[in-house]
Design a protein around this ligand. Structure first.
Ligand SMILES: [Zn+2]
Length: 350
């Protein structure tokens, strides 16, 4: 009789313990720090994923499949990982747009590039990026070598949603003490990274001395580089823009190494339009016809902006005809000088 009561009591305690653990594991995460059991599970997830990613052939690591990674997890680990990635990143303070979960079909393979760090030789891992941005990167580096005798290598290009998930957990555990909020300021969730944008993708740079601004270095280490100062002045000529300056609107930390490429036509028009708006004052352009205002969209970077000077020009603009229809009016011409930071990365990146 006594034995039976003991057994029942123990069973009861085990059940209560299991219920409490289940509740703690699947409870809504505290964004500032996961609870003890969630930390334990997340740590286990990362250990499996590190093993999984590191044993892949190098050329497949940044392309690792999200479902493949989830397939390595047990029921509890999978639920916790899925629960974390189902959080709307805006709740964590990230304000950027969703990009894509699809793999671009025009990726170029970038072979490892060698650099020195503290006197030792290292090299970047194999990376990928869409052909258009890679070609502009090559042109940009040719110019940088000419101007500075220095260059930047691609430390991170395209990342699959799986690799982004892996990177998120890596920083969550190793760098941000299980704080989802802090992690989201530096590492986007799968689908939300500019490294996943199929066209206007981002590149992270590292210089030949191994400066990339990543822990234990600081963003200021990268900011001090002549290569960075050069990018600020010239990157836009090659369609690259700094995505995350200090105190940016996206809720992302200052990332001087992270530059995104923009398709040259409309996004640069937007950049230039902003420039024109600042010049003109109110976001519209005086048509010169009885004070009417005409909005101008089709302005290319580095080109002069012509203002319509006759009814013919105005009609051309209103009917959506292309810019060459405008006649030059030298008295009212502004040279468009695109800023290093695209004023509208949202529209450009989608
Ligand atoms: Zn980046």
């Amino acid at each position: 009789m006594r034995f039976r009561s003991y057994a029942l009591a123990v069973l009861g305690l085990v059940l209560v313990g299991l219920l409490a653990s289940g509740y703690a594991v699947f409870a809504k995460p505290d964004y500032d720090r996961l609870n003890f059991l969630q930390r334990f599970v997340v740590w286990g997830v990362l250990a499996k994923w590190v093993n999984q990613v590191q044993t892949l052939p190098e050329e497949n690591r940044v392309l690792v499949d999200y479902d493949h990674l989830l397939g390595q997890l047990n029921f509890i680990e999978k639920k916790v990982a899925q629960q974390i990635f189902s959080i709307n990143p805006r709740e964590l303070g990230f304000q950027g747009p969703f990009h894509s979960l699809e793999k671009p079909d025009n990726l170029v393979k970038i072979m490892p590039q060698a650099y020195q760090q503290s006197g030792k030789e290292f090299s970047t891992d194999i990376q990928y990026c869409p052909a258009a941005s890679y070609n502009d990167y090559l042109k940009m580096m040719a110019r940088m070598r000419q101007d500075l005798g220095r260059e930047l290598f691609i430390e991170s290009g395209y990342r699959s949603p799986g690799y982004q998930a892996y990177a998120f957990f890596l920083y969550l555990v190793r760098n941000h003490d299980f704080s989802l909020r802090k992690t989201a300021r530096l590492n986007a969730m799968p689908g939300y990274s500019e490294h996943q944008a199929p066209v206007n993708n981002a590149l992270d740079f590292i210089n030949a001395d191994g400066i990339n601004g990543d822990d234990p270095q600081t963003p200021e280490d990268f900011e001090k580089l002549p290569e960075y100062q050069w990018l600020l002045r010239h990157a836009h000529q090659f369609n690259f823009y700094l995505s995350y300056p200090r105190d940016n609107q996206w809720g992302v930390s200052f990332e001087p190494w992270h530059w995104h490429w923009e398709k040259p036509v409309s996004p640069r028009s937007i950049a230039c339009k902003k420039q024109v708006e600042r010049t003109i004052g109110d976001g519209s352009i005086d048509s010169g016809l009885k004070g009417e205002k005409v909005k101008r969209e089709n302005v290319m970077a580095g080109e002069e902006v012509f203002f319509p000077s006759s009814p013919f020009d105005l009609l051309a603009q209103l009917s959506g005809r292309s810019r060459p229809m405008f006649r030059r009016n030298p008295d009212r011409t502004v040279t468009c000088d695109c800023p290093a930071v695209s004023p509208n990365p949202v529209s450009s990146a989608q």
